[in-house]
Design a protein around this ligand. Sequence first.
Ligand SMILES: [Zn+2]
Ligand SMILES: [Zn+2]
Length: 316
Amino acid sequence: MSAEQKKTSTEEQTYRLRLGLLSLVAAIVTIGLKFQAYHLTGSIGLFSDAVESTANLVAALSALFALWYAARPADQTHHYGHEKIEYFASGVEGGLILVAAGVIAWTAVGRFWEPVMPESLGIGLALVTLASVINLGVGYTLVRLGRRMESIVLEADGQHLLTDVWTTAAVGLGLLLVAWTRQPWLDPLLALLVALNILRVGMDLLRRSFDGLMDRALTDRENARIRAAIEAELNPGMAYHALRTRRAGRQRFMDYHLLVPGDYPVARAHDREMAIGEAIRKIIPGIEITAHIEPFEEPLAWNDHIAKTQARDVPG
Ligand SMILES: [Zn+2]
Ligand SMILES: [Zn+2]
């Protein structure tokens, strides 16, 4: 890594930390506004909205920790770096969101038996509208930049804030309906709908976290391009198999077996391997490649368990 690249990546890490901090501040401010709105109105719908924002705050805290931890270089105990912490964080976020959905549903069901008519709805709605404007601005920024920087944590944080805006808008409209119809049971119904929506978001985060922690392969398209790049660099009498790919946060990894004629000098085999690596990094910059070189004529080289489980592998 050149000095220039090193500087850029440190700058990007600082930038990511700042964005994480921004999501934290947005969460604290919006929670304050929403609980105040709940306090003034006694509306369970607004309570559900405030609980959702609290889940976002805890999520933002775990995201900050993840960003700090992921930024640490590989060390004695973590030879592959620390990027995977992001999947752990999004798993925790997903779990917390499920808990929040449960709390809201539990409280809302109780309100069906003891309906309470919300009061002071005007000031309450004004407060949550202000909160929504903040969430919209910060959430949109985080999703856009998170995607560009391939940070699942920042993107997830932004998505929460944006989901929050929809939630608040739906609850706000529902409360206008409550005020108009004077039907208090509409309030817990709104809260239940919010809980369902939160449940969906939480499940999605858990699924993505699962994929990352379980070393899901790179996309089919990326794999196809890697295969094409390898095949283009093979000399006659060479082949490859046992290609495996995965990613951890922004870092992509691959390993494969390169079969060369048994009488190739080490330097020549290494030369081919380097050429293949260069071709692949042109397509997927920064991918970490591990190659295992084997003699083409050796039957044992064809007999390994990875190659055997991959039906798609064909000798080049
Ligand atoms: Zn080497
Ligand atoms: Zn092999």
